[in-house]
Design a binder for this molecule. Structure first.
Ligand SMILES: [Zn+2]
Length: 414
């Protein structure tokens, strides 16, 4: 099937690829991870890409969390357009916190869906299943032109729902543990097999930050993760694909000298100031996979009670050490391109070595085996943006990670 052009998605025209266009989102890939692994000679292909292709840094969207950034990469637009601004949404009318990983919360078509509609073959492999439905929105699996499955549930994937029966068996790799480096390796291995056997026009590979939450860039286990990635990257590159390597967000140490997490418990403060449970603090990092971060990140939003002195509360929160931004909803929408109806009255961001918690008793920190490393704020916004071709990025004042598919298809159309 020939691809009809032009392919337009959310106000942007995408080039028609001549070879497979691949965007790889390395979850939690603080640029330093690559620097350390390259310095040790563990990433020869990525090193060469940096030297002979295009090597830049880009900005993620804020909150620098997984889902908002993956959906920004998938749609090519910020959360104000696609609506996914965290893992959780608070509905003040019902008082309920709702998981935002359902397709009904997605407000824009994905670039994948637009390519699929135009006749292209599209493959998406995600480590965690929480992203699969959102990333696969708009794809049909009845004509062997789309595949979208997760490593996490690769034993039970089906042609009807994922475009692939029993992905683990097809790949010849056992379904990995959810908390493992293997979950990401499965994604890379599946990408190589798809490229070799199925020949997609556009492919998206997105990993999990299990390793990055646990290990700093100079840790041997972090280095071996990137060494493993480079082996798969070499194969993708050798098969002639145009590849953009980027990340959803960086990762910073957020613990005290004794190894305990550095946290400001903002719900406790709001309870003290406004009365028990009068305000509602939402941590959009919270998800069913809390083992590696204890639901502690650097971004929060709060719903204040009717009649609360918003500016007074902002001033008090701003005075707390480690809190870098306390913004009104209006200002946060403007600064971070967020959907106004899905954030609270105020937005809080903490600094490089600080996280924001709700109430102390609500965080299960016993599961944290290593000193906390996490993300969510502006200090985790810088991510790599590396292309295995020389491409003209123009005079863009600020390159975004969600330009990945645009430049992957640009490179693939050269
Ligand atoms: Zn992430």
């Amino acid at each position: 099937m020939t691809i009809q052009s032009p392919i337009e998605a959310n106000g942007r025209i995408y080039p028609t690829p001549k070879v497979c266009a691949i965007a790889i989102c390395l979850d939690g890939c603080e640029p330093e991870y690559l620097d350390k692994a390259i310095a040790d000679g563990l990433m020869p292909t990525l090193k060469r890409m940096r030297e002979t292709g295009t090597n830049r840094l880009a900005h993620s969207v804020i909150p620098s969390f997984t889902n908002p950034n993956n959906l920004s990469i998938a749609t090519g637009r910020p959360p104000s357009v696609h609506g996914i601004c965290g893992n959780f949404l608070y509905e003040p009318e019902t008082g309920e916190e709702v998981m935002m990983n359902d397709v009904r919360f997605l407000r824009a078509p994905t670039v994948f869906a637009k390519f699929y509609e135009a006749g292209a073959k599209v493959a998406i492999v995600t480590a965690k299943d929480k992203l699969r439905a959102l990333l696969g929105a708009g794809l049909s699996f009845d004509d062997d032109r789309a595949k979208c499955f997760s490593a996490e549930k690769s034993d039970t994937s089906t042609v009807a729902v994922h475009g692939q029966d029993k992905a683990s068996e097809w790949l010849g790799m056992a379904q990995p543990e959810v908390y493992s480096a293997d979950l990401s390796e499965f994604v890379f291995a599946a990408g190589v097999k798809l490229l070799a056997d199925w020949h997609p026009d556009v492919m998206y590979l997105t990993t999990t930050d299990y390793v990055q939450h646990k290990y700093a860039p100079d840790h041997a286990d972090a280095k071996s993760f990137y060494e493993m990635f480079d082996k798969y990257l070499t194969q993708l590159d050798e098969m002639g694909a145009a590849i953009v390597v980027t990340a959803d967000h960086g990762m910073k140490p957020k613990h005290l000298l004794d190894g305990s997490p550095a946290v400001v418990y903002v719900q406790d403060l709001l309870d003290e100031w406004l009365g028990e449970a009068a305000a509602r603090l939402i941590l959009p990092i919270t998800d069913p996979y809390v083992v590696h971060h204890g639901a502690l990140g650097s971004f929060a939003t709060a719903y204040l009670p009717e009649g609360a002195d918003r500016n007074g509360i902002i001033a008090r929160l701003q005075a707390i050490e480690g809190i870098t931004h306390v913004l009104t909803r209006e200002r946060a929408v403007e600064m971070f391109e967020l959907p106004a109806d899905r954030i609270g009255d105020i937005v809080l961001v903490s600094g490089e070595n600080m996280t924001i918690g709700t109430s102390e008793h609500r965080h299960d920190l016993a599961a944290l085996n290593e000193p906390l490393r996490s993300h969510g704020g502006l200090t985790e916004q810088v991510v790599p943006f590396i292309v295995n071709r020389v491409i003209d990025l123009g005079n863009k004042p600020e390159l975004r990670n969600f330009d990945a598919l645009f430049y992957a298809t640009t490179a693939a159309a050269l």
